[in-house]
Design a binder for this molecule. Structure first.
Ligand code: PHE
Length: 435
């Protein structure tokens, strides 16, 4: 069985795939919108603090757990101790729930690509985005197309689909983002956007912001649903994964900051509301493009590259349940992909309709879409990360010296994995949900 498992062709392929998993809609779409809803700069401080101080620990532990056990999530936990199987199972489950809203946003990207290519003139992008998300037919249709593309690539195996997107398209995307940042900074009132992003007002801080920052940090780094564990399990050679951990964190944070510096000046320049929710980027960006010479071409290029970023992340999300179905239930990859396609479609259609027909249907005061986004990022991912740290630290006995040669830092890593990160996760969950 072990010999039949897929594996990365090289160390570079693995790093690129892991970075491809991390850099996605979480950086460009979710980061600005969650930051806008949580007070701007204060949120950024909390988010960066969490990334720099604790997030690298579960990230490394997740990759290491995969690499050591060489199994998909459920098998990985089960091989450590059969009683832990349930905690492994939570990972593909979280993956399926994330998929059911992630692919909707992917569908919006496809719609914007079509729109840019058609060079459609629009007066108000707020109104337009409202129409777009309320139209049941296109909204569900594009979601399913995006889902289909992801499932198609995944069904062909982990390497072939992802390599091109990562090697060629990601660097191009970074270059385009830098160009757009310069443009955005020349807009009138750009300074207000930068102040909103970088000048924290700590009087605005509240308990929910901590959990929102944690949820965003985990979501954007792909921690806490087994994507990195599964990718780690495909590492063949005995290379250390410390460098990969740094590379993932560095590139992901860079992309998020670039997205913020591109978006916030434009938000203030066009008089939009930073706290307007999930449509923020999809309303702001078209305004930027509409002001530019040949804006529709830049817009098409941008959304195609964003599509590639979303695709490599989407693939990593569905790879988790697929790996479990293939390895545990002994399904062929194609069969597993087809079944998963049906399951995710069934879940994402009501979520897509929650902008229109089902907008009055609320779960805990949230629309289906918002509920899925909130409950996965702010509850399930922290909970999974918590179990992962405990299991990796106490049962699998991953030690700091696996991470770093320096004795003092290795010791701090040990304490972090076994005590500090779990305590912080519990604390943030408590203050965010209970208080
Ligand atoms: N990190 C991805 C993004 O930023 C989303 C993701 C979440 C991918 C969880 C895998 C696992 O878009």
């Amino acid at each position: 069985m072990e010999e039949n498992r897929p594996s990365w062709t090289s160390r570079l392929t693995f790093i690129l795939a892991a970075v491809g998993s991390a850099v996605g809609l979480g950086n460009i779409w979710r980061f600005p919108y969650i930051m806008g809803q949580n007070g701007g700069a204060v949120f950024l401080v909390l988010y960066l603090a969490l990334i720099l101080t604790i997030c690298f620990i579960p990230l490394f532990a997740e990759l290491a757990t995969g690499k050591i056990t060489k199994k998909e999530c459920i098998g990985a936990y089960e091989s450590i101790n059969p009683k832990l199987k349930f905690f492994g199972f939570l990972n593909p489950l979280t993956g399926i729930l994330i998929s059911s809203f992630y692919f909707i946003v992917g569908g919006w990207i496809l719609e914007y690509i079509c729109l840019s290519v058609a060079n459609t003139q629009i007066d108000s992008y707020e109104t337009f985005f409202g129409f777009l998300t309320q139209n049941a037919f296109t909204s569900c249709g594009f979601t399913l197309i995006f889902l289909f593309i992801c499932v198609f690539f995944t069904s062909r195996g982990i390497k072939r689909g992802i390599e091109f997107a990562n090697n060629v398209l990601m660097p191009l995307f970074a270059v385009l983002l830098i160009g757009l940042i310069f443009y955005s900074l020349t807009l009138p009132n750009a300074k207000l956007g930068l102040e909103y992003m970088f000048k924290p007002d700590f009087t605005k801080i509240n308990a929910q912001m901590f959990l929102a920052a944690l949820g965003q940090a985990l979501f954007t780094l792909s921690i806490g649903m087994g994507a990195l564990l599964t990718y780690g399990s495909y590492i063949k050679e005995d290379k250390n994964i410390t460098k990969s951990t740094y590379t993932i964190i560095f590139s992901d944070t860079l992309f998020a900051l670039m997205a913020g510096i591109m978006i916030f000046p434009a938000i203030f320049s066009f008089g939009l509301e930073p706290n307007s929710g999930a449509g923020l980027v999809f309303v702001t960006l078209p305004y930027i493009f509409s002001q530019m010479p040949h804006g529709n071409i830049v817009s098409a290029a941008f959304f195609v590259l964003l599509f590639a970023a979303a695709l490599t992340s989407g693939i990593s999300i569905i790879e988790v349940p697929i790996a479990s179905m293939v390895e545990r239930m002994k399904m062929t990859r194609t069969k597993a992909c087809s079944i998963l396609f049906i399951i995710i479609s069934a879940l994402s259609i009501p979520a897509a309709l929650s902008f229109g027909e089902l907008s009055n249907f609320k779960l805990f005061n949230k629309t289906i879409f918002d509920f899925l986004d909130f409950s996965t990022s702010n509850i399930l991912m922290p909970v999974n990360a918590l179990f992962l740290c405990i299991i990796a630290g106490w049962f699998l006995k991953i030690r700091g010296n696996h991470f770093i040669n320096n004795k003092v830092l290795a010791f701090l890593f040990d304490i972090g994995l076994k005590y500090i990160v779990p305590i912080i996760l519990v604390l943030l969950l408590y203050i965010g949900l209970v208080k």
